[in-house]
Design a protein. Structure first.
Length: 114
């Protein structure tokens, strides 16, 4: 994602955030600079995620499937950590809520700075 964004317009700086993902998502929304939430491959041994176009990632940290723009969020504490509900605009022209958490390994946040 970052190289595609920067290649399209070099005045932007984009980065993938794996460490500090909830803070990156909330900070982007709070600063009126919406980030992206990206689905990651599954890191369980022997389990393969398959993207809609049939691509199988060779490693668990490869982006697969789908990215959506984060436009809002809500936090809720749970016994396993903090659940983060991300309100997103998807590529089908609608909105939905994606549940992620500070303890989940299956997503990445891409931030874009002008």
């Amino acid at each position: 994602m970052p190289s595609g964004i920067e290649g399209y317009d070099s005045s932007y700086s984009a980065s993938n955030n794996y460490t500090g993902r909830p803070a990156a998502a909330k900070g982007g929304v709070d600063d009126n600079n919406p980030p992206f939430v990206n689905t990651l491959g599954d890191k369980e041994a022997g389990k393969k995620d398959v993207a809609p176009d049939g691509i199988q990632p060779p490693e668990w940290d490869v982006l697969v499937g789908h990215s959506e723009t984060v436009v809002g969020y809500e936090e809720e504490g749970s016994w396993t950590g903090t659940d983060l509900y991300l309100d997103t605009h998807n590529t089908w022209g609608s909105t939905r809520t994606v549940l992620v958490g500070d303890y989940w390994d299956t997503y990445m946040i891409t931030t874009v700075e002008p």
